[in-house]
Every structure is written in structure tokens, then in C-alpha cells.
Design a protein around this ligand. Sequence first.
Ligand code: AMP
Ligand code: MG
Length: 330
Amino acid sequence: MAQILKATDDSLELCKQALESSKVIAVPTETVYGLAGNALDDVALSSIFKIKGRPLFNPLIIHIDCVESAEKYATFNSLASQLVDEFWPGPLTIILPKKGIIPDLVTANLDSVAIRCPQNPTFLKLLKALSFPLAAPSANPFGYVSPTTAQHVKTSLGDKIDIILDGADCTIGIESTIVDLRDPNKPKILRPGPISKEALEGLTNVKFEQKRASDEKKLRGPGMLKSHYSPKSPLEIIPLNSLKDLISSGNKLKFAFIFQKRPKETTLEEQPNIYWLSKEGSTLEIAHNLYQLLRTVDTLNYQKIYIEAINENEGLKAALKDRLSKAASK
Ligand code: AMP
Ligand code: MG
């Protein structure tokens, strides 16, 4: 069974030794916990795919400690440099032409590579201590809700790895924004995330095309697969403000109901199968709590989970809308 290690100098040294001997460990990031291995080592890479049950055609994101390291693995252009100057370290993953040193297992034989410099201080410290980048998909079985705490990782992958490095709960709580920058004149958002379309366009004055899940076959990435991030109980998204009617229409204890903000009525608040993602509706709080709550509710074996729709196509809400629709599709 995996040990959860607090981030001390000794435990970082243990992590370093494990990674240097081709082992795979779980690491904290500001987005979700990652399942990390040496991105230049086929043994470690194969283990990542095996432990997650992830199909080999789904490429991995590599994590580096600074822009200079990233330049060893990918060919930058000026748009990429401008974006990483602003948003790294942070939840922005960029796709660029790869350099020869990157193994084909990382990129699923594509000639591009996905790179991110994370912000979580524990993960950054570990990366700085290593002489290689870390490939790290989310530390969950393929297709399930991503983990945002060390305990989540232990629950679903604890029997398959030895070390979970604890870097506290993920501050952001949903996966990074992924942008394809191979053609700097036509950048594309492959996965909406914490760095919004508006923020990308505002900084660069360039229009970013938003790719849809229906393009998934062409793009060959799991972030684009529709039934990713799903709980085991069926999840149904219902229009905002119609949850109360649904609850009052009969005895629904077999179902869970998730509000975006805490309902004001004490009768609702006290019902055990009523949940909320935030106290007042703050988007940051909703993002932070979404996976945590889906996982908690999913352990209670409800027949169905009803959740209020997120309708906005701007900012972080666009990313939340994307994750909800993925969680709801089977
Ligand atoms: P995950 O590691 O589960 O957060 O998912 C990794 C994401 O990275 C997927 O959604 C892919 O779309 C994306 N990805 C990784 N490498 C590439 C690549 N070379 N080209 C396009 N997408 C990529
Ligand atoms: Mg994932």
C-alpha cells in the first residue's frame, strides 16, 4: 500500500531516488494530482500507462522546472515564449514540435509534445532536483474523476504505487488549459481550463480557436474524449434553478442533488442527499470542490447524481462546463 509522504527534504530525496530508478510516484500539482515518471525513460513511461490503464495512443504531458528546460524538449516560437513568460509556472500546457530526445511513448508517436511548468512549490522543488522532465497524467484510473487530494490517489491507486507525495489539496482543482501552438498564427485551445480564452487572447492579441470534443479522433488526446472524468453513478446535468422543483416532486433519497451554491432553505440544507459546490457561488470555489464532491458523492452509491448546469462560455466557467459535460457522458 502506498505511503503518503509529507513534503520534507528526506521525503523529496526518497521521491528523487524512486524516480531515478524508473519508478512511478504520485505528485501534487495546483491542478490535480499527477502520476509521475521519468519522461525520458521507457520503463517508467510504460508503468504510467499500465498503472492508469491508459491507452497508449493518449499522449502524456511533460513537466519541467523552467522555460530553459522546456526549450531542450520542444521548438519554441514567439507566441509560445510570450505565453509562458506570463503564465508559467502555472496551469497552462503548451503543444509544440518535439525535439528528438523525447521518446515516442510520451507523445504517442506524434511529432509534437505537451509541456507544462507547474506552480505547486513541492512539485517544483522536486523537478528542480531532477536532471530529467517528468511525464505526469492525472493520478486516477483512466476515465475516472481526477484526484485533488493525496487521499484520493491512495483510494484509487494505492495498491499500485509506493509513494504519494503530499503537497496539500490542489488549489485550483481542475486540469490545465491545453493550447496547441504549433502554428502561432492559428493557436487552438484543445482543453479549456484555468487560463481562459479571454486571458490568452487579451495578452497576445491573437484569436484562439476553441476545439470541440467531437474533434477528438483527429486530436488523439484524452482531454478531448467525451467520457473522461466520470463518476460511477450516472450524472445528469439539469437546468440551473430547477433542482428545487425536482427535489420537491417526490421522495428522492435514492438520488444526490448538487447545487452550485448552498441553498438558503434549512429544510434543504439538512437533507443528507443535498450537496453544494460553494457557499456563495464563487467560480474558484466551485472548481476547487468539484472533483472532491463528485468523488465523495460517488462513494455513496446513489442511483443517480443530479447537478446544476453551468451555462457560461467565458473564463473558468467555460472549463467547468466542459468538465461537467464530460462527467455526465458515459
Ligand atoms: P491528462 O494527462 O489526463 O491531463 O491529459 C493529457 C492531455 O494532454 C490530453 O488531453 C491530450 O489532449 C494532451 N496532449 C498531450 N500531448 C499531446 C500532443 N502531443 N498533442 C495533442 N495533445 C496532447
Ligand atoms: Mg486525466
